[in-house]
Design a protein around this ligand. Sequence first.
Ligand code: COA
Length: 160
Amino acid sequence: MSNFEREAAAPTGPAVAVLAALDSAAGPILAEAERQGIAFVRRLFEEWHSGSNRFDRPGEIILEAWQGDRLLGLGGLNRDPYTAEEGVGRLRHIYVLGSQRHLGVGTLLVGHLLGRAESHFRTVRLRAASPDAAAFYRRLGFAECDDPAATHLIRVPPIP
Ligand SMILES: CC(C)(COP(=O)(O)OP(=O)(O)OC[C@H]1O[C@@H](n2cnc3c(N)ncnc32)[C@H](O)[C@@H]1OP(=O)(O)O)[C@@H](O)C(=O)NCCC(=O)NCCS
């Protein structure tokens, strides 16, 4: 277990699983994101169903957080398509249901994604969707970066 996973894991908390199919279980997440004007969840569905992004290239993964049979959130790790540099991953489409926020679900998902990234990437970047999202990533140890394609980055494994 990586440092990130050790920090994020809770003994009775949600379970994290690799996303196998984007189906009706994710319907509430898509519907809520649409209501909130967050477009990236629809993009995730479209790219998944068209096959253009299945998070299945080396080092990539997409994860879900479940509590029983309820899907609480999801998020993925791609090789960063906005740089030609090797060893750069990108967090994509992290979303937690509104009723489940501030309970550590986002931390759990990102922790597992960064744990995965440790063996494939040197750096993980992302573009924060809002100031709230930026605060979330800063809290997780990401640094702000000055790049047209990314707002935050972290080295994996992190510098102690
Ligand atoms: C951003 C998001 C993924 C965070 O998920 P979460 O499960 O609520 O996150 P956590 O509970 O693990 O939060 C950990 C810490 O991050 C910070 N944080 C989380 N959400 C925050 C917010 N809206 N504003 C400021 N800080 C926030 C807090 O310090 C929080 O700890 P606290 O709850 O004890 O204050 C979730 O709010 C979300 O899905 N938002 C809509 C979609 C989105 O913006 N996704 C990010 C795309 S870049």
